[in-house]
Ligand binder design. Structure first.
Ligand code: NAD
Ligand code: UDP
Length: 314
């Protein structure tokens, strides 16, 4: 009998920002990859270079419907991540998180695959504990405009742990904090891409609220290293993956303005409902269990991202 020793990876959401960087890393390592995406926020251009590669296969599919494929590892990333996108059709967002994760866990069970869930710092909501360790249970509004995403990811985590308890599925739950880099959409709506695109176009930077709210920004290459380490380790999680360097939104705006055009104005807009006022990961678990920590600081990561946007929007 011929036993195929090659491991097959399924990447859901593989045409998106993080998914396409993950696919590049897997393909460059000589692995087999099946990418599933419905192109809601993903782009063909992000994966086009692999389309004619025999080790790559693309399936246009919406993960709210079940699918049967033979795979060994499932990297489950499909879900819009920008508030603008996930609030565009909040019912669909909740369905993607719940039904999509349910379908992927069902697939993992049928084919005996490992599954990694791209969860989020949003499970901590607008946190009352700062910085946020994995043991913090969060402060999430169940009925606000962010709830479709936050609660969607919370039920996705719950499903993973129930599949582990009931069916002994090999799950990995990774809580990703704000990540940025090349291939974010120019109209993505997230703060790093918004500020860079506005600055390159000579437009004022849009500060929501007074800009005193904080985020901790992780460069995409660091994030993908953490994701790969987690899949390869015998750890269930949840584990925070993010860069603990914390900045106010005003500090970020000033840094980007200084790098692109120091004469630009700021325009202040209302802070969206339930916008978390502070966010910073505790990454001791990632350091200890995954031997991972970020190595690219904000200034360096912004330079790489700015040079990407300079090429892609001009
Ligand atoms: P993205 O929007 O660029 O990518 C999401 C991808 O999923 C897109 O290609 C989209 O078309 C696809 N998709 C969405 N709904 C789908 C569906 N129903 N069926 C099939 N495909 C679908 O976002 P991203 O930043 O790459 O985020 C990827 C994952 O990481 C998401 O699960 C997100 O929640 C998580 N995450 C990202 C961040 C971040 O800062 N980038 C932070 C926390 C968590
Ligand atoms: N933000 C902003 N201007 C923008 C886009 C976002 O001031 O043009 C703020 C937003 O209110 C939030 C922070 O930047 O406080 C991060 O927003 P993003 O959408 O990037 O991520 P999330 O809120 O999901 O962390």
């Amino acid at each position: 009998m011929h036993v195929n020793p090659i491991k097959v990876n399924l990447v859901t959401g593989g045409a998106g920002f993080l998914g396409s960087h993950l696919i590049d890393r897997l393909m460059n390592a000589g692995e087999e990859v099946i990418c599933i995406d419905n192109f809601f926020t993903g782009r063909k251009a992000n994966i086009s270079k692999w389309m004619s590669n025999a080790k790559f296969e693309f399936i246009r599919h919406d993960i709210t419907d079940p699918i049967q494929v033979e795979v060994d590892r499932i990297w489950h990333l499909a879900c819009p991540a920008s508030p603008v996108h996930y609030q565009n059709n909040p019912i669909k967002t909740a369905k993607t998180s719940f039904l999509g994760t349910y379908n992927m866990l069902g697939l993992a069970r049928r084919v005996n695959a490992k599954i990694l869930l791209a969860s989020t710092s949003e499970v901590y909501g607008d946190p009352e504990v700062h910085p946020q360790p994995e043991s913090y249970r969060g402060c999430v509004n169940t009925i606000g405009i962010r709830s479709c995403y936050d609660e969607g990811k919370r039920i996705a985590e719950t499903l993973c742990f129930d599949y582990k308890r009931m069916h002994n599925i090999d799950i990995k739950v990774m809580r990703i904090f704000n990540t940025y880099g090349p291939r974010m959409l120019p109209d993505d709506g997230r703060v790093v891409s918004n500020f860079i695109v506005q600055a390159l176009k000579g437009e004022p930077l849009t500060i929501f609220g007074d800009g005193s709210q904080t985020r901790s920004f992780c460069y995409v290459d660091d994030l993908i290293n953490g994701m790969i380490n987690m899949m390869n380790k015998d750890e269930t999680g949840p584990i925070n993956i993010g860069n603990p360097d914390e900045f106010t939104i005003m500090e970020l705006a000033n840094l980007i303005r200084k790098k692109i055009n120091p004469n630009l104005d700021f325009v202040f807009k209302p802070l969206p409902q339930n916008d978390p006022l502070q966010r910073q990961p505790v990454i001791e678990l990632a350091k200890d269990k995954l031997e991972w920590e970020p190595s690219i600081n904000l200034s360096e990561g912004l330079d790489k991202t700015i040079s990407y946007f300079k090429k892609s929007i001009t």
